[in-house]
Design a protein around this ligand. Structure first.
Ligand SMILES: O=P(O)(O)OC[C@H]1O[C@H](OP(=O)(O)OP(=O)(O)O)[C@H](O)[C@@H]1O
Ligand SMILES: O=c1cc[nH]c(=O)[nH]1
Length: 209
């Protein structure tokens, strides 16, 4: 069974509290999500394998270390996953990007796909699947199903808030996929919203309703 890591770094927790606040502006919400994205990218890449590489400093040759293998893929689930993207790309500027367009039907809470575009060589790359909210996990499971069908094998899921119900479902459907989250909240309400949560992430990011 893959791990669930709660990123309890003080900067992440401080920024998360600011972002949850219902009085936070659209601009502030977006900026904080971006900043937390950078911090989560640092945590989720902590165990990437390194390989030796010979370089020359101005003084002499030496053996340095570089990240092994092909560039990572960042796979935001639209829309709210895009909120992490720029912050992560600032740390991982050569990463490839896969877009997974899904929305959650408000009645059934099932994920409905409307767009998918990913690099063709997913099988050779580590893929970070991004979505701030893991509620029922219907969206996360659908995105992971789709990425695996396209060859993705080394997948990691990165979110901001997770509900216990969503974590359980994700681990049952994709036990090989480790999860990073900034917090595990209390439960889901009758409409599938995370409690205490932060409301609708996509609406708060883009100022829609
Ligand atoms: O775990 P789940 O129950 O599937 O819920 C989580 C999903 O809900 C939100 O997206 P939403 O469907 O509201 O789409 P949007 O980002 O386009 O607003 C969120 O960004 C996740 O993708
Ligand atoms: O609390 C929730 C649940 C799903 N999607 C959101 O944006 N927020």
């Amino acid at each position: 069974m893959a791990t669930v890591t709660v990123v309890d770094h003080p900067l992440v927790q401080h920024k998360l509290t600011l972002l949850r606040d219902k009085t936070r502006s659209t601009k502030g919400f977006r900026q904080l999500l971006n900043e937390i994205g950078t911090l989560l990218a640092y945590e989720v890449t902590r165990d990437l394998p390194l390989e030796p590489v010979t370089i020359e400093t101005p003084i002499q040759a030496m053996e340095g270390r570089q990240i092994q293998g092909k560039k990572l893929v960042l796979a935001p689930i639209l829309r709210a996953g895009v909120g992490f993207l720029d912050g992560m790309l600032s740390l991982l500027p050569s990463a490839r990007v896969a877009h997974v367009g899904l929305y959650r039907d408000p009645e059934t809470l099932q994920a409905v796909e409307y767009y998918f575009k990913a690099p063709s060589d997913l099988a050779d790359r580590t893929v970070l699947v991004l979505d701030p909210m893991l509620a029922t996990a219907n969206s996360a499971v659908a995105a992971l199903d789709r990425l695996k069908a396209r060859g993705g094998a080394d997948l990691r899921f990165v979110c901001l808030l997770a509900a216990p119900e969503g974590l359980e479902r994700l681990r049952a459907a994709h036990p090989d996929v480790p999860v990073w989250t900034a917090a595990i909240d209390s439960h889901l309400d009758d409409h599938g919203y995370i409690v205490p949560g932060l409301g609708d992430a996509g609406d708060r990011m883009y100022g829609t309703r």
